[in-house]
Design a protein around this ligand. Structure first.
Ligand code: PLP
Length: 465
């Protein structure tokens, strides 16, 4: 008999039962979730220092699943940022919907690949269903297609690549086949306050991060439509639904109408703000947004779906598929949805399941209420900060507050004290040349009582400075 190899190690691993370990994981997860309101919002220095235990050589022999879990829990849990609680206001994040975690766990056990229908009929089905729900809820044209990517950075990259290819193909130049070297020049027009991921996406798309026309913005960071340059059928316009600091929305109606007359392409970066479309209380802000050609939005920010959930929505389905498609002799396409036709990735996790369970757990009215409630809480936060003597520098139109404490020095000192307090966490930025405090209300967990607690702490810290 030939000497075929069987590894003792692999025999051992195959015999592992993880039932008890899964129970442990569930217990730790539940303890974490139920204690989230009492946790230091940012980890203690000592807990961060303890992370050095992870600096080890990879073990030579297998380690047991329960030992691995224990290590992660013992040293990892205390070093987490309590971003899923109610008093984290940094960047633009979002908590995790109760309905999404159990389904995510089950789907993790399935470990499905939504690249093709034949790889996973269930993942393909859910991607199709969620596509329809998202387009409906955001009141975008029915014919839109959706791709499930890791975040808005990738979603904008896909939208920009698709727009670029679409514009060039309409001029008779196939950039998918021939690349950009001999392509006619694309004119990129964006607001001067476009998010930094847009510049990155433009660079990755071969259009160059500096090869752009920046349209001046108003005192809220909105593009001034009347100052847009002449548009044509080789122009890619990038607008924004939700300025990362002020929350402001560009005037889509004017922008999109100009673009339509010129046959230009409009991509909207709506990473956190696009969800405003789910509620007619924001109709003033989002007017004309449906006239764009592609949109990027995150599930993992204001919608409170788990990471990593970015969404690209495109009105020109065929252009999206042409830009993202691939073939091969072993590829089996079907009349049903093959997820890889809409994303840069072939294999990826079936993340649409997270969106499905998040959306079902909220319902249509729940989505609209959550979004409007977050906004109301931002207004309340701003009003209370103002009473403490901080200046509020933006019109609170959607979730975001920009505050300042007299001078750059005092503002930064206050931010540092707040960050160390453990009661809440928020960050800073620059706004019109001044240092500011940024507050983003995007956790469904945040209550008015949470904000009162934060205000009390901020008042105390201001007194101490
Ligand atoms: C967060 C954000 C992005 C980037 O999204 P990721 O999901 O982090 O890739 C882009 N634009 C805006 C306005 C954002 O707030």
């Amino acid at each position: 008999m030939k000497d075929y190899f069987t590894s003792e190690i692999m025999d051992q691993i195959r015999s592992q039962t993880i039932n008890d370990t899964l129970d442990k994981a569930k217990q730790y997860a539940w303890e974490y979730i139920s204690s989230i309101g009492d946790r230091h919002v940012y980890p203690h220095e000592e807990d961060i220092a303890n992370l050095k235990v992870f600096d080890e050589e990879l073990n030579h022999k297998p380690q047991k699943p329960d030992e691995i879990l224990e290590m992660l829990h013992r040293y990892g849990t205390p070093a987490t940022v309590a971003q899923t609680g109610g008093r984290y206001f940094g960047f633009v994040c979002g908590a995790i919907m109760p309905s999404s975690l159990p389904s995510k766990w089950l789907a993790d056990a399935w470990d499905q690949n939504p690249a093709m229908f034949v790889l996973s009929p269930i993942a393909s089905k859910i991607e199709s269903v969620v596509e329809k729900w998202i387009v409906d809820i955001l009141r975008l044209p029915n014919k839109c297609s959706v791709g499930y990517v890791s975040g808005s950075s990738t979603a904008s990259f896909v939208g920009i690549c698709t727009g670029r290819n679409h514009l060039l193909l309409n001029k008779g130049y196939d950039s998918i086949k021939h690349g950009l070297t001999n392509a006619p020049q694309i004119k990129v027009v964006l607001g001067a306050d476009a998010h930094s991921t847009i510049y990155k996406a433009l660079a990755m798309a071969g259009l160059g991060s500096e090869n752009v026309i920046k349209v001046p913005v108003d005192n809220q960071g909105r593009m001034i439509a009347s100052e847009m340059p002449e548009l044509d059928d080789l122009t890619l316009v990038i607008a924004q639904a939700g300025h990362v600091s002020s929350g402001a929305f560009d005037p889509f109606n004017e922008i999109c109408k100009k673009a339509q007359e010129a046959n230009a392409w409009v991509h909207v970066d709506g990473a956190f703000g696009l969800w405003a479309r789910s509620d007619n209380r924001f109709d003033e802000l989002t007017k004309g947004l449906d006239l764009a050609d592609s949109w990027s939005v995150d599930g993992h920010k204001t919608l409170n779906a788990p990471y990593d959930n970015g969404i690209i929505i495109c009105k020109h389905s065929q252009s999206l598929i042409d830009s993202m498609q691939m073939t091969g002799s072993y590829i089996i396409t079907s009349k049903d949805r093959d997820g890889m036709m809409f994303t840069p990735e072939m294999s990826r996790r079936a993340r649409a399941i997270d969106l499905w369970s998040t959306l079902k757990g909220l319902g249509q009215q729940g989505v609209a209420d959550m979004i409007y409630e977050m906004h109301s809480k931002a207004v309340y936060f701003a009003d209370e900060l103002n009473k403490l003597g901080l200046q509020i520098l933006n019109d609170i139109c959607f979730n975001q507050v920009i505050a300042r404490y007299d001078t750059d020095e005092k503002t930064n000192a206050l931010i540092e004290a707040i960050q160390q307090s453990g009661v809440l966490w928020l960050g800073g930025a620059k706004w019109k040349g001044q240092d500011i405090i940024r507050i983003s209300v995007c956790s469904f967990r945040t209550t008015y009582e949470d904000i009162d607690l934060c205000i009390k702490e901020i008042a105390k810290l201001m007194g101490e400075l």
